[in-house]
Design a protein around this ligand. Sequence first.
Ligand SMILES: *[C@@H]1O[C@H](CO)[C@@H](O)[C@H](O)[C@H]1NC(C)=O
Ligand SMILES: *[C@@H]1O[C@H](CO)[C@@H](O)[C@H](O)[C@H]1NC(C)=O
Length: 333
Amino acid sequence: MNPSIVLAAFCLGMALAAPMCDYSLDARWNQWKVKHRKSYGTNEEGWRRAVWEKNMKVIEQHNREYREGKHGFTMAMNAFGDMTNEEFNQKMNGFQRQKHRKGKAFQAPPLSDFPPSMDWRKKGFVTPVKFQGPCGSCWAFSATGALEGQMVWKTGQLVALSEQNLVDCSGPQGNLGCDGGWMESAFQYVLENGGLDAEEFYPYMAADEDCKYKPEYSAANDTGFIDIPEGENSLLSAVATVGPISVAIDASQDSFQFYGEGIYYEPNCSKEKTNHAVLVVGYGHEGVKPDENKYWLVKNSWSTYWGLNGYIKMARDRNNNCGIASYASYPTV
Ligand SMILES: *[C@@H]1O[C@H](CO)[C@@H](O)[C@H](O)[C@H]1NC(C)=O
Ligand SMILES: *[C@@H]1O[C@H](CO)[C@@H](O)[C@H](O)[C@H]1NC(C)=O
């Protein structure tokens, strides 16, 4: 039997439970499922397909508008294509907004002639992109990223640190494992615990487990943390002089879920309702002049298959878009 007939029949069978499929997308749906190794139960496939189609149409519409010059970035289908935006925000984000910040305040260095661009990856301060999986542990990835960088100043070595150690063990500092947390509370845990294990010895499981910290595998310490006052000028002086910086952002829009390339600017983003934690590893500009098309270079924890090999360029000096400079911090070592 012709496989497309089987699929067509399957879609019709689902028609009562889910919107009709657009059969012209059958081949692309099948390719997408193979590429991302998706398999569904019989009751699930119909509505997953409908969600995927809806996302596909949003992406194509956005990219048409991009070609008309209405946006500075593209969107792209990716592994999150079968997730609704609500489901995505529930599963993949997990930064809990903090009302009271407890760190020491950042003292901006007197120097104001910062280089027009910076990329800490080129200086050996940034580990490869990681993948948080379906666990709201973004805060742990942001925290290890900042601590990995600061440890390079101290030891001269870049060692990947364990997010699972933070997910399992930093409950007493107020973190909620896969249900969310704060980078500052992670830094506080490392301080109180007297160490944080290396990733190699405490691998990531994308689930809440019992604490298995072993001091003999520790590869980092910190002495506390610094909170950077809200504002992109303070964030710039920190990223220019300190290293990779932990930040919280509003990643709740579907434009973020399906970011492709270019400089991400989302007018619907909130400066206050941040729900995702990431790591600023540099900044730059794409125009001829240093004040044109400025961006923050941001490391995400959604694997290298998302965005620019796991990174995103986020608009810089456009009124703190998506709150990137609202809750920035880093550990002291
Ligand atoms: C962290 O600090 C503790 C206590 O001072 C010390 O025993 C340990 O060796 C340090 N670990 C690292 C990786 O520097
Ligand atoms: C912003 O939000 C409004 C209302 O929710 C919506 O109609 C509009 O399409 C959104 N704009 C973008 C650029 O996503």
